[in-house]
Design a protein around this ligand. Structure first.
Ligand SMILES: [Zn+2]
Length: 417
Protein backbone atom coordinates (compact mmCIF):
# COMPACT_ATOMS: atom_id res chain seq x y z
CA UNK A 1 0.00 0.00 0.00
CA UNK A 2 1.50 3.20 -1.16
CA UNK A 3 0.69 6.80 -0.48
CA UNK A 4 -0.27 8.54 -3.67
CA UNK A 5 0.58 12.19 -3.37
CA UNK A 6 0.30 12.91 -7.05
CA UNK A 7 -3.43 13.55 -7.00
CA UNK A 8 -3.05 16.39 -4.51
CA UNK A 9 -0.05 17.77 -6.37
CA UNK A 10 -1.94 17.75 -9.63
CA UNK A 11 -4.73 20.07 -8.63
CA UNK A 12 -2.27 22.90 -8.14
CA UNK A 13 -0.19 22.45 -11.27
CA UNK A 14 0.58 25.53 -13.34
CA UNK A 15 -1.13 28.80 -14.14
CA UNK A 16 -3.88 28.94 -16.74
CA UNK A 17 -1.81 30.14 -19.74
CA UNK A 18 0.81 27.54 -18.93
CA UNK A 19 -1.80 24.84 -18.66
CA UNK A 20 -3.40 25.84 -21.95
CA UNK A 21 -0.03 25.83 -23.65
CA UNK A 22 0.84 22.33 -22.52
CA UNK A 23 -2.70 21.15 -23.26
CA UNK A 24 -2.45 22.49 -26.81
CA UNK A 25 0.93 20.83 -27.25
CA UNK A 26 -0.63 17.54 -26.28
CA UNK A 27 -3.52 18.09 -28.69
CA UNK A 28 -1.15 18.82 -31.58
CA UNK A 29 1.13 15.89 -30.77
CA UNK A 30 -1.82 13.56 -30.59
CA UNK A 31 -3.22 14.72 -33.94
CA UNK A 32 0.17 14.22 -35.60
CA UNK A 33 0.64 10.85 -33.96
CA UNK A 34 -2.73 9.62 -35.20
CA UNK A 35 -2.77 11.23 -38.68
CA UNK A 36 0.88 11.87 -39.48
CA UNK A 37 2.55 12.72 -41.74
CA UNK A 38 0.28 15.72 -41.77
CA UNK A 39 0.44 19.41 -42.66
CA UNK A 40 -0.26 22.42 -40.46
CA UNK A 41 -3.65 23.25 -42.04
CA UNK A 42 -4.95 19.78 -41.35
CA UNK A 43 -3.55 19.79 -37.80
CA UNK A 44 -5.30 23.07 -37.20
CA UNK A 45 -8.59 21.66 -38.47
CA UNK A 46 -8.40 18.54 -36.27
CA UNK A 47 -7.02 20.31 -33.20
CA UNK A 48 -9.51 23.18 -33.38
CA UNK A 49 -6.66 25.69 -33.07
CA UNK A 50 -5.74 28.63 -35.27
CA UNK A 51 -3.09 27.98 -37.95
CA UNK A 52 -0.90 30.59 -36.26
CA UNK A 53 -1.14 28.76 -32.93
CA UNK A 54 -0.44 25.43 -34.64
CA UNK A 55 2.58 26.92 -36.46
CA UNK A 56 4.09 28.11 -33.18
CA UNK A 57 3.45 24.82 -31.39
CA UNK A 58 4.77 22.74 -34.28
CA UNK A 59 7.92 24.87 -34.37
CA UNK A 60 8.42 24.29 -30.63
CA UNK A 61 7.82 20.55 -30.96
CA UNK A 62 10.28 20.29 -33.84
CA UNK A 63 12.95 22.14 -31.91
CA UNK A 64 12.26 19.89 -28.89
CA UNK A 65 12.84 16.90 -31.17
CA UNK A 66 9.37 15.43 -30.70
CA UNK A 67 8.22 16.12 -34.28
CA UNK A 68 10.16 15.84 -37.52
CA UNK A 69 9.59 17.42 -40.93
CA UNK A 70 8.94 14.74 -43.52
CA UNK A 71 9.05 16.92 -46.65
CA UNK A 72 6.35 18.48 -48.78
CA UNK A 73 3.26 16.76 -50.09
CA UNK A 74 2.58 17.63 -53.75
CA UNK A 75 -1.04 18.70 -54.09
CA UNK A 76 -2.40 21.13 -56.65
CA UNK A 77 -0.63 24.37 -57.57
CA UNK A 78 1.75 26.47 -55.57
CA UNK A 79 4.20 25.44 -52.88
CA UNK A 80 2.95 22.19 -51.32
CA UNK A 81 2.58 22.18 -47.54
CA UNK A 82 5.28 20.84 -45.22
CA UNK A 83 4.41 17.53 -43.57
CA UNK A 84 5.13 16.57 -39.96
CA UNK A 85 5.35 13.25 -38.14
CA UNK A 86 6.26 12.17 -34.60
CA UNK A 87 9.94 11.47 -34.18
CA UNK A 88 10.24 7.86 -33.00
CA UNK A 89 13.63 8.70 -31.55
CA UNK A 90 12.44 11.94 -30.02
CA UNK A 91 11.59 10.65 -26.61
CA UNK A 92 10.77 7.61 -24.56
CA UNK A 93 8.66 6.78 -21.60
CA UNK A 94 9.59 4.10 -19.11
CA UNK A 95 7.12 1.62 -17.69
CA UNK A 96 8.05 -0.17 -14.49
CA UNK A 97 6.12 -2.90 -12.74
CA UNK A 98 7.18 -3.49 -9.17
CA UNK A 99 5.83 -6.94 -8.37
CA UNK A 100 6.30 -8.99 -5.22
CA UNK A 101 9.33 -10.88 -6.56
CA UNK A 102 10.49 -9.00 -9.66
CA UNK A 103 10.74 -5.66 -11.42
CA UNK A 104 9.88 -5.38 -15.14
CA UNK A 105 11.18 -2.37 -17.03
CA UNK A 106 10.23 -1.23 -20.53
CA UNK A 107 11.24 1.73 -22.66
CA UNK A 108 8.56 2.69 -25.17
CA UNK A 109 8.99 5.36 -27.84
CA UNK A 110 6.38 8.02 -28.59
CA UNK A 111 5.21 6.00 -31.57
CA UNK A 112 4.22 3.27 -29.06
CA UNK A 113 6.96 0.76 -29.92
CA UNK A 114 8.77 -1.18 -27.20
CA UNK A 115 12.48 -0.36 -27.58
CA UNK A 116 14.00 -2.10 -24.56
CA UNK A 117 12.80 -4.55 -21.95
CA UNK A 118 14.29 -6.05 -18.82
CA UNK A 119 13.19 -8.19 -15.89
CA UNK A 120 15.02 -8.40 -12.59
CA UNK A 121 14.30 -10.83 -9.76
CA UNK A 122 14.34 -9.15 -6.37
CA UNK A 123 14.98 -10.92 -3.06
CA UNK A 124 12.92 -8.37 -1.09
CA UNK A 125 10.41 -5.73 -2.14
CA UNK A 126 10.85 -2.94 0.41
CA UNK A 127 11.70 0.60 -0.77
CA UNK A 128 15.40 0.25 0.19
CA UNK A 129 15.73 -2.69 -2.21
CA UNK A 130 13.36 -1.50 -4.92
CA UNK A 131 14.44 2.12 -5.39
CA UNK A 132 18.09 1.52 -6.32
CA UNK A 133 17.00 -1.44 -8.46
CA UNK A 134 14.62 0.78 -10.46
CA UNK A 135 17.40 3.29 -11.09
CA UNK A 136 19.78 0.55 -12.17
CA UNK A 137 17.24 -1.08 -14.50
CA UNK A 138 16.29 2.17 -16.22
CA UNK A 139 19.94 3.00 -16.80
CA UNK A 140 20.62 -0.49 -18.11
CA UNK A 141 17.59 -0.29 -20.44
CA UNK A 142 18.74 3.10 -21.75
CA UNK A 143 22.20 1.66 -22.37
CA UNK A 144 20.60 -1.02 -24.58
CA UNK A 145 19.31 1.59 -27.04
CA UNK A 146 21.22 2.37 -30.18
CA UNK A 147 21.25 5.24 -30.94
CA UNK A 148 20.61 6.48 -27.40
CA UNK A 149 17.38 8.41 -26.95
CA UNK A 150 17.93 11.73 -25.22
CA UNK A 151 14.59 12.45 -23.59
CA UNK A 152 12.83 10.43 -20.92
CA UNK A 153 9.40 12.07 -21.07
CA UNK A 154 8.06 10.41 -17.97
CA UNK A 155 8.01 7.23 -15.95
CA UNK A 156 4.98 5.16 -15.11
CA UNK A 157 5.33 2.97 -12.04
CA UNK A 158 2.80 0.28 -11.20
CA UNK A 159 2.41 -1.72 -8.02
CA UNK A 160 -0.17 -4.07 -6.59
CA UNK A 161 -2.97 -2.28 -4.75
CA UNK A 162 -4.82 -1.48 -2.69
CA UNK A 163 -3.52 1.93 -1.70
CA UNK A 164 -4.08 3.51 1.73
CA UNK A 165 -6.63 1.17 3.24
CA UNK A 166 -6.92 1.22 6.99
CA UNK A 167 -7.05 -2.19 8.63
CA UNK A 168 -5.92 -4.16 5.60
CA UNK A 169 -2.46 -5.39 6.34
CA UNK A 170 0.15 -4.22 3.88
CA UNK A 171 2.57 -6.90 4.92
CA UNK A 172 1.96 -10.05 2.98
CA UNK A 173 3.22 -12.18 0.18
CA UNK A 174 0.91 -10.65 -2.44
CA UNK A 175 1.65 -7.03 -1.58
CA UNK A 176 4.87 -5.10 -1.11
CA UNK A 177 6.38 -4.55 2.32
CA UNK A 178 7.46 -1.26 3.85
CA UNK A 179 5.55 1.03 1.46
CA UNK A 180 2.85 2.11 3.89
CA UNK A 181 3.09 5.90 4.31
CA UNK A 182 6.04 5.94 1.94
CA UNK A 183 5.70 8.68 -0.66
CA UNK A 184 6.71 6.60 -3.67
CA UNK A 185 6.03 9.30 -6.26
CA UNK A 186 8.20 11.89 -4.51
CA UNK A 187 11.05 9.50 -3.72
CA UNK A 188 11.27 7.88 -7.14
CA UNK A 189 10.80 11.24 -8.88
CA UNK A 190 13.64 12.80 -6.89
CA UNK A 191 15.93 9.84 -7.49
CA UNK A 192 15.38 9.83 -11.26
CA UNK A 193 14.74 13.52 -11.86
CA UNK A 194 11.63 12.74 -13.88
CA UNK A 195 7.89 13.00 -13.47
CA UNK A 196 6.32 9.85 -12.07
CA UNK A 197 2.83 8.45 -12.54
CA UNK A 198 1.79 5.80 -10.03
CA UNK A 199 -0.95 3.33 -10.79
CA UNK A 200 -2.18 -0.01 -9.57
CA UNK A 201 -1.00 -2.99 -11.59
CA UNK A 202 -4.37 -4.28 -12.77
CA UNK A 203 -5.51 -0.90 -14.10
CA UNK A 204 -2.19 -0.47 -15.89
CA UNK A 205 -2.51 -3.97 -17.32
CA UNK A 206 -5.94 -3.09 -18.71
CA UNK A 207 -4.41 -0.04 -20.39
CA UNK A 208 -1.61 -2.26 -21.73
CA UNK A 209 -4.13 -4.67 -23.30
CA UNK A 210 -6.14 -1.77 -24.71
CA UNK A 211 -3.11 -0.22 -26.39
CA UNK A 212 -1.13 -3.29 -27.39
CA UNK A 213 -3.17 -6.45 -26.92
CA UNK A 214 -6.49 -8.23 -26.73
CA UNK A 215 -8.58 -5.12 -26.01
CA UNK A 216 -7.49 -3.04 -29.01
CA UNK A 217 -11.03 -3.07 -30.38
CA UNK A 218 -12.85 -2.99 -27.06
CA UNK A 219 -14.15 0.19 -25.44
CA UNK A 220 -15.64 -1.44 -22.34
CA UNK A 221 -14.00 -4.46 -20.76
CA UNK A 222 -12.73 -5.94 -17.51
CA UNK A 223 -9.30 -7.48 -17.10
CA UNK A 224 -8.69 -10.06 -14.41
CA UNK A 225 -5.01 -9.65 -13.67
CA UNK A 226 -2.83 -12.35 -12.16
CA UNK A 227 0.08 -10.67 -10.44
CA UNK A 228 1.27 -12.45 -7.34
CA UNK A 229 -2.23 -11.71 -6.05
CA UNK A 230 -5.36 -11.04 -8.08
CA UNK A 231 -6.54 -7.67 -9.41
CA UNK A 232 -9.11 -6.25 -11.77
CA UNK A 233 -8.72 -3.48 -14.33
CA UNK A 234 -11.93 -1.85 -15.53
CA UNK A 235 -12.17 0.19 -18.73
CA UNK A 236 -15.48 1.89 -19.47
CA UNK A 237 -16.03 3.83 -22.71
CA UNK A 238 -12.29 3.82 -23.38
CA UNK A 239 -11.38 5.19 -19.95
CA UNK A 240 -9.90 3.31 -17.03
CA UNK A 241 -12.26 3.37 -14.08
CA UNK A 242 -10.19 3.99 -10.97
CA UNK A 243 -12.77 4.73 -8.30
CA UNK A 244 -12.59 7.58 -5.78
CA UNK A 245 -9.20 6.54 -4.37
CA UNK A 246 -7.67 4.54 -7.18
CA UNK A 247 -8.73 1.29 -5.54
CA UNK A 248 -11.56 0.17 -7.82
CA UNK A 249 -11.19 -3.45 -8.87
CA UNK A 250 -9.75 -5.12 -5.77
CA UNK A 251 -11.32 -8.36 -6.91
CA UNK A 252 -8.77 -10.38 -4.94
CA UNK A 253 -10.30 -9.31 -1.64
CA UNK A 254 -13.90 -10.10 -2.48
CA UNK A 255 -15.19 -12.74 -0.04
CA UNK A 256 -15.99 -16.02 -1.73
CA UNK A 257 -15.89 -18.44 1.19
CA UNK A 258 -17.26 -17.53 4.61
CA UNK A 259 -14.66 -18.40 7.24
CA UNK A 260 -12.43 -19.73 4.49
CA UNK A 261 -8.68 -19.67 3.99
CA UNK A 262 -6.70 -16.83 5.57
CA UNK A 263 -5.80 -14.09 3.08
CA UNK A 264 -2.76 -11.83 3.31
CA UNK A 265 -5.11 -8.87 3.92
CA UNK A 266 -6.15 -10.36 7.27
CA UNK A 267 -9.60 -11.57 6.22
CA UNK A 268 -10.67 -15.17 5.76
CA UNK A 269 -12.07 -16.46 2.50
CA UNK A 270 -10.92 -13.85 -0.06
CA UNK A 271 -10.88 -14.89 -3.72
CA UNK A 272 -7.12 -14.25 -3.81
CA UNK A 273 -6.59 -16.95 -1.17
CA UNK A 274 -7.78 -19.46 -3.80
CA UNK A 275 -7.32 -17.98 -7.25
CA UNK A 276 -3.87 -16.41 -7.46
CA UNK A 277 -0.27 -17.22 -8.24
CA UNK A 278 0.34 -17.03 -4.51
CA UNK A 279 -2.41 -19.53 -3.72
CA UNK A 280 -0.89 -21.95 -6.23
CA UNK A 281 2.58 -21.38 -4.75
CA UNK A 282 1.22 -22.16 -1.27
CA UNK A 283 -0.28 -25.42 -2.45
CA UNK A 284 3.00 -26.35 -4.08
CA UNK A 285 4.93 -25.42 -0.93
CA UNK A 286 2.71 -27.77 1.07
CA UNK A 287 3.78 -30.48 -1.39
CA UNK A 288 7.45 -29.64 -0.83
CA UNK A 289 8.04 -27.36 -3.83
CA UNK A 290 9.14 -24.06 -2.33
CA UNK A 291 9.19 -20.61 -3.97
CA UNK A 292 8.20 -21.68 -7.47
CA UNK A 293 8.90 -19.13 -10.19
CA UNK A 294 7.02 -18.59 -13.44
CA UNK A 295 9.25 -21.08 -15.30
CA UNK A 296 8.75 -23.72 -12.57
CA UNK A 297 4.97 -23.35 -12.78
CA UNK A 298 5.14 -23.62 -16.55
CA UNK A 299 7.17 -26.82 -16.32
CA UNK A 300 5.01 -28.38 -13.58
CA UNK A 301 1.88 -27.62 -15.57
CA UNK A 302 3.44 -29.17 -18.67
CA UNK A 303 4.11 -32.32 -16.60
CA UNK A 304 0.48 -32.30 -15.42
CA UNK A 305 1.59 -32.10 -11.80
CA UNK A 306 -1.38 -33.16 -9.64
CA UNK A 307 -1.08 -30.10 -7.37
CA UNK A 308 -1.29 -27.75 -10.35
CA UNK A 309 -4.20 -29.72 -11.83
CA UNK A 310 -6.09 -29.61 -8.53
CA UNK A 311 -5.43 -25.89 -8.17
CA UNK A 312 -6.84 -25.21 -11.66
CA UNK A 313 -10.10 -26.92 -10.73
CA UNK A 314 -10.39 -25.11 -7.40
CA UNK A 315 -9.47 -21.67 -8.78
CA UNK A 316 -11.85 -22.09 -11.73
CA UNK A 317 -14.66 -22.97 -9.34
CA UNK A 318 -14.21 -19.68 -7.47
CA UNK A 319 -13.49 -17.54 -10.53
CA UNK A 320 -16.36 -18.54 -12.82
CA UNK A 321 -19.13 -16.93 -10.72
CA UNK A 322 -16.99 -13.77 -10.54
CA UNK A 323 -16.91 -13.55 -14.33
CA UNK A 324 -20.70 -13.61 -14.36
CA UNK A 325 -20.76 -11.04 -11.55
CA UNK A 326 -18.50 -8.66 -13.51
CA UNK A 327 -20.72 -9.09 -16.56
CA UNK A 328 -23.81 -8.33 -14.54
CA UNK A 329 -22.21 -5.27 -12.92
CA UNK A 330 -20.41 -3.67 -15.89
CA UNK A 331 -21.93 -5.21 -19.04
CA UNK A 332 -18.48 -5.32 -20.69
CA UNK A 333 -17.88 -6.35 -24.30
CA UNK A 334 -15.65 -9.10 -22.90
CA UNK A 335 -13.77 -10.14 -19.78
CA UNK A 336 -10.06 -10.62 -20.37
CA UNK A 337 -7.93 -12.83 -18.21
CA UNK A 338 -4.17 -12.42 -18.18
CA UNK A 339 -0.97 -11.53 -16.35
CA UNK A 340 1.73 -13.64 -14.82
CA UNK A 341 0.37 -17.12 -15.55
CA UNK A 342 1.82 -19.26 -18.37
CA UNK A 343 -0.47 -19.13 -21.45
CA UNK A 344 -1.19 -22.89 -21.45
CA UNK A 345 -2.14 -22.80 -17.80
CA UNK A 346 -4.42 -19.83 -18.44
CA UNK A 347 -6.05 -21.82 -21.25
CA UNK A 348 -6.72 -24.79 -18.96
CA UNK A 349 -8.03 -22.46 -16.25
CA UNK A 350 -10.43 -20.84 -18.72
CA UNK A 351 -11.51 -24.25 -19.98
CA UNK A 352 -12.20 -25.41 -16.44
CA UNK A 353 -14.52 -22.41 -15.94
CA UNK A 354 -16.84 -23.54 -18.75
CA UNK A 355 -19.74 -23.39 -18.97
CA UNK A 356 -19.81 -19.93 -17.40
CA UNK A 357 -22.82 -19.20 -15.23
CA UNK A 358 -25.72 -17.35 -16.83
CA UNK A 359 -25.35 -13.57 -16.93
CA UNK A 360 -26.45 -10.56 -18.97
CA UNK A 361 -23.52 -11.37 -21.27
CA UNK A 362 -25.30 -14.33 -22.79
CA UNK A 363 -26.64 -12.95 -26.05
CA UNK A 364 -27.33 -14.49 -29.45
CA UNK A 365 -25.20 -12.04 -31.40
CA UNK A 366 -21.89 -11.75 -29.63
CA UNK A 367 -18.84 -10.48 -31.48
CA UNK A 368 -16.40 -11.66 -28.81
CA UNK A 369 -16.26 -14.69 -26.58
CA UNK A 370 -17.30 -13.79 -23.03
CA UNK A 371 -13.89 -14.66 -21.65
CA UNK A 372 -10.74 -14.05 -23.70
CA UNK A 373 -7.03 -14.24 -23.00
CA UNK A 374 -4.70 -11.30 -22.64
CA UNK A 375 -2.08 -11.07 -25.37
CA UNK A 376 0.65 -9.06 -23.73
CA UNK A 377 1.58 -11.69 -21.14
CA UNK A 378 3.87 -10.89 -18.27
CA UNK A 379 4.71 -7.41 -19.54
CA UNK A 380 1.16 -6.18 -19.74
CA UNK A 381 1.26 -4.01 -16.59
CA UNK A 382 4.63 -2.50 -17.54
CA UNK A 383 3.25 -1.71 -21.01
CA UNK A 384 0.34 0.11 -19.44
CA UNK A 385 2.71 1.86 -17.04
CA UNK A 386 4.77 3.17 -19.95
CA UNK A 387 1.62 4.53 -21.57
CA UNK A 388 0.53 6.68 -18.62
CA UNK A 389 3.15 9.40 -19.07
CA UNK A 390 2.44 9.23 -22.81
CA UNK A 391 -1.24 9.73 -22.18
CA UNK A 392 -0.26 12.63 -19.95
CA UNK A 393 2.01 14.11 -22.61
CA UNK A 394 -0.13 13.50 -25.60
CA UNK A 395 -3.77 12.81 -25.08
CA UNK A 396 -6.01 15.82 -24.63
CA UNK A 397 -8.74 15.71 -22.07
CA UNK A 398 -11.75 16.60 -24.13
CA UNK A 399 -14.06 17.03 -21.20
CA UNK A 400 -13.51 20.72 -20.39
CA UNK A 401 -15.54 20.56 -17.18
CA UNK A 402 -12.62 18.68 -15.69
CA UNK A 403 -9.89 20.76 -17.29
CA UNK A 404 -8.43 21.67 -13.90
CA UNK A 405 -7.94 18.10 -12.83
CA UNK A 406 -5.13 16.28 -14.50
CA UNK A 407 -5.42 12.62 -13.77
CA UNK A 408 -4.01 10.83 -16.78
CA UNK A 409 -5.33 7.50 -15.67
CA UNK A 410 -8.87 8.66 -16.29
CA UNK A 411 -8.21 10.04 -19.73
CA UNK A 412 -9.55 8.25 -22.72
CA UNK A 413 -7.03 5.76 -24.03
CA UNK A 414 -6.65 6.69 -27.66
CA UNK A 415 -3.09 5.67 -28.37
CA UNK A 416 -4.28 2.60 -30.22
CA UNK A 417 -5.23 5.07 -32.94
ZN1 LIG B 1 -7.92 -10.50 1.22
Amino acid sequence: MVRKSRVEARSTIGSNPERNRSHNRRVVLDVVRQLGPVGRMEISRHAHLSTQAVSNIVEDLVSDGLLIKTGRLRAGRGLPPLQFAVNPNGGMTAGIEVAADHISTLLVDIGGRVRAQRTLSIPKNDPDTVLPAIKMEIEAAQAQLKPPVPQLLGIGVVMPGPFDVEGMTSVGPTTLSGWLDFDAVAHIGRMLGASITLENDATAAAVGERLHGAAKDLRSFCLIYFGHGLGLGIVIDGRPFRGANGNAGELGHVLVEKGGRLCSCGQHGCLEAYASFHALAERLAAAGIRNPRYADIERLHGEKHPVVEAWIQEAAGYLAPQIAMLENLFDPEAVIIGGALPPRLLEDLTQAMQPLPLSVARRKKRNEARLIHGRTGQLTAALGAAAFPLLETMTPRLDTAHANRREPANEEISLAG
